[in-house]
Design a protein around this ligand. Structure first.
Ligand code: PAF
Length: 285
């Protein structure tokens, strides 16, 4: 496995693979790898001849008062996880390598970014779309793998790829959870033992929402209210949002239609965690 730190070297390596007719899978990450990332690597490994994991904490997607400086970084640990999953290369550039002093070009999706995390984190998706576009241009993957936990991110990236005719297939992969239900996240490492316990309220609200929908609830306001009540019962939790939106457009709905995303962001102490479930009408059968 090669640890690549420059754009020039990454382009050389992938050009060689493409010349050999090999398919390339990219797993974009910010490092602090956990089982969620590992499942993306495994899926990529099964579907592609060569797998690249990018490890880059992207400053563009953090707001001024967010956790860019505190975000966990441990490339040696990340590299050994990648190695154990048969990853062929890690792309781990510096900030200067990605964003030179004259960097002024951004990629902006203008509709799906209005709601949910986009509403509470105004610069976030501009940063995500810009860095993901750069990673696609550098690594030139045939397929790129993203987790469903960041459901809005996944929908925006699919939109961007379709709108800009990018030559890559986007593969969404299921949320990976701890045994007690908490969705795996690099930010779980910020939680104290007491907060870790309190954080279960997110997956509990998800389970409650899923149960209500299975039982026939189709009214978005009532569904939302039941989940809000579940979260508000936890004193360490403070809601950023709980929303029921259309699964493609990310716009709020009144009634559950053919595809809806029920998504939440909740602060547990000062740690902001997200969780969601997607509901498709076909699931009714
Ligand atoms: O999901 C993430 O970890 C990041 O948003 C991504 C896609 C790697 C872009 O920095």
């Amino acid at each position: 496995m090669e640890l690549i730190e420059t754009v020039v070297r990454a382009k050389e390596v992938v050009a060689q693979w493409r010349e050999e007719g090999l398919t390339i899978g990219l797993v974009p990450t910010m490092g602090a790898l956990h089982e969620g990332h590992e499942s993306l690597m495994e899926t990529a490994r099964a579907q592609c001849d060569r797998v690249v994991v990018s490890v880059f904490v992207n400053p563009l997607q953090f707001g001024p008062n967010e956790d860019y400086d505190a975000y966990p970084r441990d490339i040696a640990r990340d590299a050994s996880i990648c190695e154990s999953h048969g990853v062929d290369a890690i792309f781990h550039p510096s900030v200067e390598e990605m964003y030179g002093p004259l960097f002024h070009t951004f990629v902006v999706e203008e509709v799906l970014t209005d709601t949910l995390c986009g509403a509470s984190r105004p610069v976030h998706f501009r940063g995500v779309c810009t860095v993901v576009t750069k990673l696609f241009n550098i690594v030139q993957p045939h397929k790129a793998f993203f987790g469903q936990k960041d459901a809005q991110q996944l929908a925006i990236i699919k939109r961007m790829v379709a709108d800009l005719n990018m030559n890559v297939s986007i593969v969404g992969c299921p949320i990976v959870r701890e045994a007690d239900g908490l969705a795996k996240s690099s930010r779980n490492s910020y939680l104290s033992p007491e907060e870790r316990q309190a954080a279960l309220v997110l997956s509990q609200a998800v389970a409650q929402g899923q149960e209500a929908v299975r039982a026939g609830e189709r009214d978005a306001a009532r569904l939302r209210q039941a989940m809000v009540a579940c979260i508000e019962a936890e004193p360490l939790a403070s809601i950023d949002y709980v929303e029921v939106v259309d699964g493609q457009t990310m716009q709020p709905v009144d009634t559950l239609g053919s595809s809806v995303l029920v998504a939440m962001a909740v602060f547990i102490g000062s740690t902001r965690l997200i969780d969601n479930f997607l509901w498709e009408e076909s699931e009714e059968a």
